[in-house]
Design a protein around this ligand. Sequence first.
Ligand code: NAP
Length: 353
Amino acid sequence: MTTDSVKLCRFGAHRVIEPPGALPQGAWRLDATPVVQANELLCDVEALNIDSASFTQICEACDGDAKAIGEHILATVRERGKQHNAVTGSGGMFVGRVREIGAQLRGHVDVRPGDRIASLVSLTLTPLHIEEVLAIDPATARVQVRGTAVLFESAAWARLPQDFDDRVALAVLDVAGAPAQVQRLCKPSQSVVVIGAAGKSGILACAQAKGCVGPSGRVIGVVHAAASSGAKLLRESDYVDELVESDARDALALFDAVSAVLPGGADVVINCVNVAGTEAGTILCAKEGGIIYFFSMATSFTAAALSAEGLGKDVTMIVGTGFVPGHAQLALDTVRAHPAISEHFHHIYGRQS
Ligand code: NAP
């Protein structure tokens, strides 16, 4: 990519190789050449946080073998110029250091070369060049790499907070859209069901939901395994009024389990699982006229739409976009406000893990 031959696009279309004219997210292949264009930030990448649905799928495909997972990611990035999982369609985010700021952006962005930032846009649209995979942590979906990434003028990013371990900050920022959407959707005295409640986004969603619905509202957390550390945290907290153990893929079992504690269904249902096949069960947990927020990247639009139709449920279903203005700050503040969550996240994702 040479600077003088390129018509720059604020959304990054100038980096698309295949098919020409596409935007980066929908494109098959991007040009990830680490040469900054006038409307870009070029960053040295330290680590990728692979989206949980994607990492689960890659782990299964590689039988959990860390070396094979690394090769899988390297192969995807070499082929596509971005970490875009062709099966789940999802990506993740990166943490790194700004290396160079394009001429058009200098003086217009509040960042300097050398600053450490986390991207808040998906790796599925971020030109990424990996020289080397240094380490894989299967427990946290964190991949340490040596490489570069490009952020476009339209891309969101956040400076890494001083009071967080970087790895914890990355884990929180990865799912920052979930608590922010919960804050938008949940009102005082409502009932809320959070499915996949013991994971990163699930815990933040529960804490945020309880703060929104207040003492007269109810938050029901659905966990896959009652013995997990996340489930234990929720049981010992006041973020959930009830904790239910159920496999969300088993729609009728989930419906029975939630109905036993919340007959008639919830005003708002938040789906935070990292596996496919949970749409019907999620829809059954909502009351007539309720709202469902599918944060999970393993959600199928077709399955959700056709399940709701087949079940005769009149519900509003919201696509889990990860971007809400102010979401990074809100997610970090949610952790700051809840020492038990902070301790849990540090234990799982921090340096002591
Ligand atoms: P996470 O920390 O891995 O948590 C996922 C949770 O789902 C775990 O607690 C897991 O429980 C639970 N789960 C798995 N299978 C289940 C089942 N059959 N029934 C009930 N629960 C089940 O994931 P996360 O980082 O919070 O991400 C959650 C989802 O959000 C993923 O799909 C991810 O891809 C997506 N995501 C979306 C965005 C966006 O912008 N919309 C951004 C980031 C991530 P066990 O561990 O006990 O199995």
